[in-house]
Design a binder for this molecule. Structure first.
Ligand code: ADP
Ligand code: MG
Length: 783
């Protein structure tokens, strides 16, 4: 069944060529016990290695079951070793970090036998060699004879046709030797056993056939055989180690050197710790900056007012040529120069049209937090207290956010009316919910519900309360709940103004009737609200605040009311009958609700980046228009943009670059550790190859090892970094008063673990490849 014809093999080291086999031709029977005797160095081991497919012959042929191995590829040799051959070595060559059972199962593991069958077969052969009670021991817990029994069990486990034993009793005492020989003899009953020995007595006593070897060839054969059967239906089952086996193998190996692996992983994790900390700090600072930005933008929105300072290049140049910064040099003269700033076109009158308002409504909602419009709209409000109807006086409403920032206009409103912006998506109260806490009542559900804004001391202007009709003498006992639910009637101009016989309009005398007019809108104070503690700047003035949508409602209602129509057509005030001065008429029509174009527009960007985009959007409106039709905005926050621009990013990049150096160091370290591991596990590599592992499988084993180290050091690094953020935050809070700056983002944590794994895999890949290239014979020979 096994046929060697003129096998030659020589080794070349440097200039010297050593002939190990010099034309060996021999046939073996399907089951016989062949002993090969010969001096040391005569080529016996070389012959066994070639028969076992561990080493390749230079010339001749090795025919197994009628199939020539001349054209065998690597994979076929691997499969051949796994399926057809079982090795027994003098030095046992067990994998020390695996249990006896795992050692015996390894050959079957490589050929993909299911785990239950593997276990059953392994237990069976271990029972056969007399080790039933030692299944879960490690090799170093056994005696030499027992270890050799394990090796024999391992050789038998995959049920091969050929058992190759290289001086199996060489390291054993004579009594144990005989027991082992008995076992081998028994095996030879149904297998071909080829055993190398230097002990002629043992050979004589046990073997069926003795082959004497000298200088690389056979000098005597006690029972030669001439091959008669040829059967080329010889099939080999391919081997492969799955990833899980590789992980298990390396995991068990690592488990035997916990301290070293732990320390390596710790050292390797330092780079990860550094980067994780830097990232968590920088994202914390970035968050602070973002908060600062949005606060700054709340205070300094982009504003568009009727009168603006033009900031275009031409005007700026002009301003410089006239203003105090006109020229850097100081004039040497005793003369006074006169100039009139009004002559310049630095001031620009914005003609805010409905078209512009519509254009603004089209801004990408992602960019703006809100847009406020200031309109001067009067509201005719009446309140009924103790059966008496009183006007809620000085009812000029400042629509939009103007209440807070519109200076002079705001003071016209005795009630301190201000409105909150309807966010661009139309949900009015989302602005309130974000910036204001409800102290009593509920957030408004629609535009007819208003709120009373108090300051952080819960104070409210006494005039406001008086105007709302509350008894301010007895204010001590006024509770929020007394205010919530207060109802006001918003009376339409047509019901509120009567036309007198003189032809002018006067507020009606019959307030009772106006209070119950059918066209009224019932308004309600739905809540008392206060700026949230963590909101730095809120836009509503203390007093009554209502939604922009209410203003729209009034405008819609009043634009064609009698008084508005009359006033539009007349150049005298239809109430006082006095002629208007300058642009008083426009203001009055607007007050009556006859003009919906805003006086002032406030745009609140989400952040600085959005602000830049909004400005681009605003500039786009002016493109191609004549100067007088352009709309000039002012951007008070612009000077702050540069402050934050990229500095944080730059610092983060520099720090990460430093931390990356430690990552590279750990990469190299993992490479070295893997290399040491390869050296340490050389014998294991040889054993695995002898059992049929492919080169690929060996790479897999070492990649699994680096994968474990990489993942472990990644997780360890993240854990340590996370723990370090706690003291870091305490220190930073003491230093800066800012809480929880360092925050490790989950995304960063996951990425860093992945980076750690990838880098260690790279670091370990070269040693892993070196391991795979190792010659199995040399690997087995190593100590
Ligand atoms: P034996 O097992 O009979 O003692 P070996 O088969 O191990 O002999 O060796 C046969 C000869 O080949 C010896 O001279 C040995 O030095 C040489 N030899 C074996 N393997 C190698 C090798 N890998 N490189 C160089 N020479 C080798
Ligand atoms: Mg030898």
């Amino acid at each position: 069944m096994l046929q060697l014809t003129d096998i030659k093999k020589s080794y070349t080291t440097g200039d010297f060529t050593q002939v190990a086999l010099n034309g060996v031709s021999v046939n073996f029977r399907e089951n016989e016990f062949v002993a090969i005797l010969g001096q040391s160095g005569s080529g016996k081991t070389t012959l066994l290695n070639i028969i076992g497919g561990l080493d390749q012959y230079d010339s001749g042929d090795l025919v197994i079951n009628g199939k020539s191995t001349k054209d065998f590829k690597d994979g076929e040799w691997d499969a051949y070793r796994n399926n057809s051959v079982g090795f027994v070595f003098q030095s046992y060559n067990l994998i020390t970090h695996l249990s006896i059972l795992d050692n015996v199962e390894m050959g079957m593991t490589l050929s993909g036998v299911s785990s239950s069958e593997k276990k059953q077969r392994a237990t069976q052969v271990l029972e056969r060699v007399g080790l039933k009670d030692h299944l879960h021991k490690k090799p170093n817990q056994l005696s030499g004879g027992q270890m050799q029994r394990v090796a024999i069990a391992r050789a038998l486990a995959n049920d091969p046709d050929i058992i190759l034993a290289d001086e199996p009793t060489g390291a054993l005492d004579s009594e144990t030797s005989e027991q082992i020989m008995d076992l081998i003899k028994e095996i030879a009953d149904d297998k071909l056993v080829i055993m190398v020995t230097h002990n002629p007595e043992l050979a004589e006593q046990y073997a069926d056939r003795i082959v004497n070897f000298k200088d690389g060839h056979i000098v005597k054969d006690s029972n030669p055989y001439v091959e008669t059967t040829t059967n080329s239906n010889y099939e080999l089952k391919r081997t492969s180690m799955n990833y899980f086996t590789a992980l298990k193998l390396s995991g068990k190996n690592i488990a035997t050197k916990k301290w070293r692996t732990g320390l390596t992983a710790f050292a390797a994790s330092i780079g990860i710790i550094g980067i994780a900390l830097i990232l968590s700090l920088s994202s914390g600072f970035q968050k602070q900056i973002d908060e600062f930005q949005s606060d700054a933008l709340s205070e300094f929105p982009i504003t568009v007012s009727r009168q603006a300072v033009s900031m275009d290049e031409e005007s700026l140049k002009e301003m410089q040529s006239q203003g105090p910064m006109a020229k850097k040099e100081f004039v040497k003269s005793d003369k006074v120069y006169l100039y009139n700033p009004a002559d310049s076109n630095v001031t620009h009158t914005n003609n805010i049209t409905q078209e512009y308002v519509d254009y603004l409504q089209e801004i990408d909602p992602e960019l703006v937090r809100s847009i406020g419009f200031t309109r001067m709209v009067g509201m005719n409000l009446l309140r009924k207290t103790d059966d008496e109807v009183t006007p809620v006086s000085i009812n000029i409403g400042i629509s939009g956010v103007g209440g807070a920032g519109a200076g002079g206009i705001s003071s016209m409103s005795g009630v301190g009316l201000s409105s909150y912006p309807v966010s661009i998506d139309g949900k009015g109260s989302s602005y309130l919910k974000k910036n204001y806490d409800v102290l009593a009542g509920n957030y408004p559900k629609d535009e007819t519900e208003m709120v009373l804004v108090v300051d952080n001391q819960n104070r409210i202007d006494v005039e406001t309360m008086k105007n709302l009709g509350f008894d301010t003498e007895d204010i001590e006992s006024l509770k929020f709940t007394d205010i919530v639910g207060t109802e006001l009637q918003l009376v339409a101009n047509n019901d509120f103004y009567d036309k007198s016989e003189l032809g002018n309009f006067m507020p009606t005398q019959d307030l009772e009737k106006a209070y119950t007019a059918s066209a009224n809108t019932k308004l309600k104070i739905a809540a008392v609200v206060r700026q949230k503690e963590d909101v730095q700047v809120a836009i509503l003035a203390n007093g009554v605040a209502y939604s922009d949508a209410l203003v729209d409602l009034v405008l819609e209602k009043e634009k064609d009311s009698e008084i508005v129509k009359a006033q539009r057509d007349s150049d005298t005030n239809v109430m006082t009958m006095e002629p208007f001065k300058a642009d008083e008429k426009e203001t009055f029509v607007a007050y009556l609700g006859g003009d919906s174009t805003p006086m002032m527009i406030y745009i609140y960007p989400v952040d600085f980046a959005s602000k830049d985009k909004i400005i681009d959007y605003l500039d786009a409106f002016n493109k191609g228009k004549e100067t007088k039709d352009t709309i000039v905005y002012s951007d008070l926050a612009s000077s702050m943009t540069e402050m934050t621009g990229g500095i944080m990013d730059a610092i983060t990049m520099v720090l990460i670059a430093f931390a990356s150096i430690s990552l590279v160091v750990s990469l190299i370290m993992v490479g070295i550790i893997t290399y040491i591991s390869v050296l340490e596990r050389t014998k294991e590599i040889g054993v695995l190859r002898a059992l049929g592992a492919r080169k690929k499988d060996i790479t897999r084993v070492f990649n699994a090892e680096t994968l474990i180290i990489g993942a472990f050091s990644g997780f360890l690094g993240i854990l340590i970094a996370y723990l370090l953020t706690i003291p870091t935050n305490i220190i930073l809070e003491n230093m800066t008063g800012l809480a929880n700056i360092a925050q490790l983002q989950p995304l960063h944590a996951i990425s860093l673990v992945i980076i750690s794994v990838v880098l260690t895999l790279i670091g370990g890949s070269i040693p892993a490849r070196m391991a795979a290239k190792k010659d199995p014979v040399e690997a087995l020979r190593s100590e």
